[in-house]
Ligand binder design. Structure first.
Ligand SMILES: Cc1ncc(COP(=O)(O)O)c(C=O)c1O
Length: 385
């Protein structure tokens, strides 16, 4: 079969041709530095000012509350380290809370703040579906908690958290709330007022924008400490000449994805549900990981008893299907990810994970092909007829 079936949109998405079109002149003729005073610089500055305003309209925030970064990981780092540094300096507290299923950009940053800088962290458990309970959050808040960081939607199991409820609790205690919205952006509403977030991370390559550009929304006066020092770009909060083409690409991609969101989501949900139903009905000893309904429209994630997830990905690759698994193979010793571990699955199940993430171009025949090949591959791997 010549057809390639890309079912790994949670890892990254292709760049929308319209986005590429918007970026191209900024790589060629319009190469000015936005900090320069001459006309080349003014045009570049105008391009990022416009991009900032367009993004602010989607996030329903002020343009100067957006800080452009190089990726979602940098946005997460800037949020946690920047707020921690300020809390330390102003004596605002020493304790931060993150959920157990955060991306490593949050978890490892929090762990470093603990191990090297003496902050206290609490890792908030989730239930068997990956949901964070607002009631549980209440119980771990301390008098010296200064920040809670809980992701909007999870990258492996697609579970969507009750962000506005969680944020409301932190605000009752005068604590800042950050959310990693890298997976949510493109599929879920990003209105920061309704969500109630003080800080929020986004990355363009998850919604048909370019790789290597992201943003941090930081409500006015919440973030005052930068992580990267140098020039006074981005209100002094992120030094370095802005990547004008990629920033314009991100704004263009966001506008397009928001305009298409309703249609794309409803199409992906229908296909996703068909895939989930078929897999659970035709493959024995299989489970859906993550919550059945509180999940991203494009995420179908499973665990199969007696299967090595990494081997499964390789078999699927040979059959022209790009997928991913939540277990990292560490020198021949596979270990389930922190996400699957947090769901308290048996080790045998959690090593057999599979994430199929749909995109706007996924179609009926892709799903039919998967319905055909996946049970066969699993049966072969299990040695069952
Ligand atoms: C939830 C989440 N946070 C952060 C990141 C990091 O984003 P980036 O690849 O732009 O650094 C990812 C990327 O997969 C993600 O899924």
């Amino acid at each position: 079969m010549d057809k390639q079936i890309y079912m790994d949109h949670a890892a990254t998405t292709p760049v929308d041709p319209e986005v590429l079109e918007a970026m191209l002149p900024l790589f060629t003729n319009e190469y000015g530095n936005p900090s320069s005073i001459h006309r080349w610089g003014q045009r570049a500055d105008y391009a990022i000012t416009t991009a900032r305003e367009e993004i602010a309209e989607v996030l329903r925030c002020e343009a100067d509350e957006i800080i452009f970064t190089s990726c979602g990981s940098e946005s997460d780092n800037l949020a946690l380290r920047g707020i921690a540094l300020e809390a330390r300096e102003l004596g605002k507290g020493n304790h931060l809370i993150v959920s157990a299923i955060e991306h490593p950009a949050i978890l490892r940053t929090a762990q470093q703040l603990q191990n090297h800088h003496g902050f206290d962290i609490t890792i908030l458990p989730v239930d068997q579906h990956g949901l964070t309970s607002p009631r549980d959050l209440k119980t771990v808040i301390q008098p010296d908690t200064f920040l809670v960081s809980i992701m909007y939607a999870n990258n492996e199991i697609g579970v969507v958290q009750p962000i506005s409820d969680l944020a409301a609790i932190t605000h009752e205690h005068n604590i800042l709330f950050h959310s990693d919205a890298v997976q949510a952006a493109g599929q879920l509403p990003l209105d920061v007022e309704t969500l109630g977030v003080d800080l929020m991370s986004v990355s363009a390559h998850k919604f048909y924008g370019p790789k290597g550009v992201g943003l941090l929304y930081a409500k006015r006066d919440t973030l005052t400490h930068s992580q990267q020092t140098g020039g006074s770009q981005e209100n002094g909060l992120r030094a370095g000449t802005q990547n004008v083409p990629l920033i314009v690409g991100m704004a263009t991609a966001l506008k397009i994805v928001v305009a298409r969101q309703q249609n794309d989501n409803s199409k992906m949900k229908t296909l996703r549900d068909r895939l989930i139903k078929a897999v659970l009905e035709t493959i024995s000893d299989s489970i859906l990981t993550g919550h059945r309904t509180c999940r991203l429209p494009n995420n179908a994630s499973f665990a199969f008893e007696g299967i090595d997830g990494n081997e499964l990905i390789m078999h699927l690759d040979l059959l022209n299907v790009a997928a991913s698994s939540g277990s990292a193979c560490k020198t021949g010793n596979p270990e389930p990810s922190n996400v699957l571990t947090a769901l308290a699955l048996s080790p045998k199940l959690s090593l057999g994970s599979l994430r199929l993430s749909l995109g706007r171009d996924t179609n009926d025949s892709d799903i039919e092909y998967l319905q055909q090949v996946l049970p066969k591959v699993i049966n072969n791997m299990r040695g069952t007829p």
